[in-house]
Design a protein around this ligand. Sequence first.
Ligand SMILES: [Zn+2]
Length: 457
Amino acid sequence: MTTIIKNATIVTGDAGRTVLHDSAIAVDADRITAVGATNDLLASNPGAEQIDGSGKSVFPGLVNCHTHLLATADRGILEDFGFPTTLRFPVTTRSLLTPEERQVMAVLGALEAIRSGTTCLLEIQTGVQGYAGNLADTGMRLVLADSINDVDESKVRDRVFEFSDSRLDQGLQRSADLIQQWHGKEDGRVTCFMAPHAPETCSPGLLRRSREMAETHDIGYTIHLSQSTNEVEAVMGTRGVLPTQYLFANGLLGPRLVTAHCRYVNSAEVALLGGTHTAVSNNAAIAARRGAAAPVKELQAAGCAIGMGSDNMAEDMVEVMRAGLFLERVRRNDQMDPQPEDVLEWATRGGARILGLGDETGTLEVGKKADLFVVDMMRPHLVPTLRAVSSFVHNGQPADITSVMVDGKWVMRDGKVLTVDEADIVQRAEKIGHSVWRRLLDRYPNVPFPVTLPSKG
Ligand SMILES: [Zn+2]
């Protein structure tokens, strides 16, 4: 059965950045079968279900190239007290969540993602397998990665970096299990990545074997890179080179690699990343919260493909796009560059490409998977709709998004998420958030903490 959204503005997100006014898009099963003039599509699909898109714009689904959904438990606290957060507490709240609580917090993040027009995300978390099924049930397109390292985590706070073969083997085994169970599942809607955690927490052996395993399975791999001055100092101290140089020396750089952050890279590192065609997830909103911006334009000019990610505490990719526009203009004191179309490209086509999904998703073109969202443009902050992309990137809100389709199926329709009991998840997540922070403070009562939690009960 073909579905046609008609009389809409179609933001194709294609290489020519084509925007079609008073047009239509046709979807049959999981694929886009036509994009063009409304009358033409209706004439060639006489039996199609018709959805009126008057006053609406249809965008390619947003692709989040770097997130940790369980960090929703830290929302409202860890945005404001620096990084690494474990310098304040010896452990994270994530490590104190029960398996069931992890499932709830992951689905909470997925709900926020869907409501912000995100159709695909790369979730990076140790033990992601424990809630992969819950995420798959949301209907989102997923790239799943088990975060692995081989450092003794209990000593990292004291800047002692000791590595163990047993942790290396355990991490690779978890990754192998995840790939076996999930890669290519749900009709290809779920794929997997390797995820060595970060330069300071991974030995040369773990880096090399992660890359080998990714190549064996023909998948990509991702790593945090240059996300903090602590990381730069640690790698300089233990390896004698900068983090990017350490990855290069151990064969990790290349087009299969998605580096996240790149906030403190120097020009030599930019040249290494570009020259190896390594990809970068520009996590602009968390970068702004951390007070340090990546040199995105320089990375792109050097040869890096760019995607965007939300990272911790928030899954709102609409905000990530706007932060990406603002932050890069402020960083370079430039009033016109990047343009909203550049940022949308990073968050759609660029992201799909760097996750190895460029042939399947990221644009609204015939033959691609039907991953899209519909925006009600008849809003006080969006009209007049002269440039739909600019209106939405500058002024759009997740609440303007009425419907979201992934793989040809509506996961949200007319404001209601169809795949998740939203009210139930929000209520349970609220209780879990209070409970897990209480647990952390009870366990470490002598750690100074600048937040007063609401009283019990
Ligand atoms: Zn991260």
